[in-house]
Design a protein around this ligand. Sequence first.
Ligand code: DMJ
Length: 935
Amino acid sequence: MSEAGGCWGCGSPVPQRAPWSLVAATTAALCLVSATSVWTAGTAPMSREEKQKLGNQVLEMFDHAYGNYMEHAYPADELMPLTCRGRVRGQEPSRGDVDDALGKFSLTLIDSLDTLVVLNKTKEFEDAVRKVLRDVNLDNDVVVSVFETNIRVLGGLLGGHSLAIMLKEKGEYMQWYNDELLQMAKQLGYKLLPAFNTTSGLPYPRINLKFGIRKPEARTGTETDTCTACAGTLILEFAALSRFTGATIFEEYARKALDFLWEKRQRSSNLVGVTINIHTGDWVRKDSGVGAGIDSYYEYLLKAYVLLGDDSFLERFNTHYDAIMRYISQPPLLLDVHIHKPMLNARTWMDALLAFFPGLQVLKGDIRPAIETHEMLYQVIKKHNFLPEAFTTDFRVHWAQHPLRPEFAESTYFLYKATGDPYYLEVGKTLIENLNKYARVPCGFAAMKDVRTGSHEDRMDSFFLAEMFKYLYLLFADKEDIIFDIEDYIFTTEAHLLPLWLSTTNQSISKKNTTSDYTELDDSNFDWTCPNTQILFPNDPLYAQSIREPLKNVVDKSCPRGIIRVREESFRSGTKPPLRARDFMATNPEHLEILKKMGVSLIHLKDGRVQLVQHAIQAASSIDAEDGLRFMQEMIELSSQQQKEQQLPPRAVQIVSHPFFGRVVLTAGPAQFGLDLSKHKETRGFVASSKPYNGCSELTNPEAVMGKIALIQRGQCMFAEKARNIQNAGAIGGIVIDDNEGSSSDTAPLFQMAGDGKDTDDIKIPMLFLFSKEGSIILDAIQEFEEVEVLLSDKAKDRDPEMENEEQSSSENDSQNQSAEQITSSSQDVDLIDQESPEESSLNSNPESLTLADTDSTASISPSEQNSDPTENHETTSLDGECTDLDNQLQEQPETEEDPNPNISWGKKVQPIDSILADWNEDIEAFEMMEKDEL
Ligand code: DMJ
């Protein structure tokens, strides 16, 4: 697009037409690297045929997802792909906040509208619009999230309207259309407005579609906090609504909320926190990143500039971006920090939502870090097939769920547009393969409950249709494959399309209505000229590859590491505490003396553990108090690392016999004894119930369990005893089924079966634990089919040719197959959401888990840890010379950066004790957040 002028994200006079669409911007970048045909080395170019084949595959996948939704779920909000029915709020067990996206307004249909047009399904689009107009009610007595309703429903209606009028103008389709979707959007807009009735102008997080906020029937309006993204991701949809309709109020309200957030930014770091009080404007959560809770606030500042041509949005974005690159970006990582103390990391893990950020960096024109972060994320994906909801800085899974999020596909698309590097087409191909291989089920695509085991969750979020298929299709499409010019539109955060011509329509709301004073800004660090793209992104077809190359092994070869940056950088002097946590021994008098000096006291707990408590005020000096804080931070990290090391990840029980053929994967708890399935090949066998069923004495039916996997009921004796009894009877493995009726991994945290305190080396067979609901799937299958074969493993196995053959031969028998479907469906009832990661659950339920008090910094260590061999912990591992370049990069962060906050004294500078205490309380809060944090 010529208006783009070859750059983006840099200042310009307010344009006559919106300056650059996201696509336009990236296309401009594409020009810079010459055509893909000049590619001489690196990833081989992909032929047009191959691209078309992949595009067609995306279309087929969309049909599978959308078709099953329409057939089995519509008019419900979402499809439950395992049980093959609609998710109707109130009829399913509540999943907490996630359900706030569901307003009984056929969410998936509305979210899919403009995807249908992008995918050339114009006829289906026409049908879908008619259905929306005929069936959707926006006046339900349901409490919904303002943010989700805005991005998915308002955005969906506006995207649908934008493409409906485009099609109408072309003269073939939608000739009957008379702005009906826009009228619905306006109706919804008015329904959301009461949420903004706060003195700050920040919206309440939830609203009742029928009763609003205030009325007692509304069941909402008492909330005090909202997330920054929730309040800061409205401007595109609200401004579009105003400009389409001429009703200025929507844009005004969204601008006011943005103005308030801007005012409240932390002034020395220019960062915003994750959660803010909607009445006082105080930051409730002072950690700051680019992922969950903040992500689309940044996205909307830049895109609001692109769509509305208002410089103030670019000024704000650039200010924040500068802070992000200074504090949060540690290429290829993006790590949360504290807004007041931005050199201090607030977490040792990253969340999957930040995968959108490389795409935003492309729009900004900062390609190098985009390539780096994207590459790091891709390697995490290659390791786990999908991006887990959260993963640690050393790339271990922190939260194993994956709800088929589209952010990585989004960034892949924009990087391909910017670089033309066919590598990104290959990345897209892998995404398609993984979706088909691991997430595709007979009735749609199922979210991953645990990327490590490959187990499913009965969930297909509407964003999967709104975003994933759009970005994947566009990745492989040539210009002529799309019936309109995508470059005339901008993508919202839900990938809905808004036309750029809105920038010059109904412009009555201008900067004068906003409250911020922009003269305070020092814009000397803004790019008011276009970056020299030849320097930024030279005419070198191998440029992107040369950036990726050093990161190729970043995930595989990374050493576990903890809060290196906290220790190495946050206290600017780089000094280490006089006593390292890993060296500490509670019996060493010298150590105790050092602790005392640092204000750290030792409490011997009744259960034999020792608790450390720091009172900065009791330290010999402020420097000692800081040392004490460092020591406590090290101890906290060490303790949590050690706990994590003791956790075994969950395992999988996969039913492989007819009619399941590997499709049903149950989440199982591991045992601390017996065959370790992570080290050995899986165990496959038919199942048989043991007699006695509790397995607490010698089995009376050894002939039945010989060579099979024995089913045993939990209770009445130790797990190890059960294992010995079935092993003696010749079983090749065991599944312990919970005796607690109705228990399920949906509602209870998984745990590992402990030994009996004695040597359990004699137990050689694998043992797994299933909650009662999962266990009854196997028991029901035995009732129905008698012969049931299962696979015990650490990760579900791909459906192998053997399973395929079995399925093929069985599908010849139609009637049998029908009953198989029924069983598959009903058996999956239990595979519902588990909000907690398995690791987190066990951590929380672990009596030895770390505890932090409100005002005191405390850490507990178990007796075994008190004299632990330092060579056994991760900390030492990361220092013993095996670390990757990445670790070195981080440790070598320049010490020369300007102090971001002159009020805070770093290193050996003397700091008043009450200020240390205040800082330190913030740290404690942040660590507490880390523990409780939810995405
Ligand atoms: C989408 O609903 C939007 O992209 C939102 O901004 C956050 N992410 C989800 C999908 O992961």
